[in-house]
Ligand binder design. Sequence first.
Ligand SMILES: Nc1ncnc2c1ncn2[C@@H]1O[C@H](COP(=O)(O)OP(=O)(O)O)[C@@H](O)[C@H]1O
Ligand SMILES: [Mg+2]
Length: 175
Amino acid sequence: MEPLIQLRNLEKVVEAGPNKFFLLRRINLDIQAGEFVTIMGPSGAGNSTLLNIVGMLDGAWTGDYYFLGEPVHKLNVKKRNELHKANIGFVFQSYHLIDNLTVFENLEVPNLHSAQGDEIMQLFKRLNEAGTTIIQVTHSERNASYGSRIIQLKDGWVVGDNATAGAPVGAAQPA
Ligand SMILES: Nc1ncnc2c1ncn2[C@@H]1O[C@H](COP(=O)(O)OP(=O)(O)O)[C@@H](O)[C@H]1O
Ligand SMILES: [Mg+2]
């Protein structure tokens, strides 16, 4: 099947005076629909930068990005925003989920708190089991273990791409 997300030689560079600083370097990745992927790397590795690009919040990069075969690298901002709106939800860190909204509404509200960590991870797991592709950025091995694959970043490079062992021991089972 055609991958949901294909990145080919994707790079993001910022210029500081005469110097170029690569935030992302030669990123080649395929993510299939229905995967639960974790992006993990030390602070400053480019984790958020990559998530923002894949999430179509950032258009300032080079290389090729195909979303279900659609060349995102060729889209203007308006078209890219349309593709984002139709396909992508963001859940931001340090926001609380609002109880009286549905999960899907919550996904649209920039609203995660560590105390709710496992609860949120169970929610992502259920969404994923229902067919939603999940891409998370976390420093937590425990959170990462809910997913099936860990992509490791370092200094803007992909330095690892491995399957996870499985759900954490002792984690609450979905209701
Ligand atoms: N627009 C920008 N201009 C210059 N430096 C940036 C910009 N955005 C991010 N950075 C720097 O690039 C690195 C990667 O940023 P980021 O992806 O946010 O890191 P993290 O992996 O911690 O999420 C960091 O060192 C950050 O300070
Ligand atoms: Mg970050």
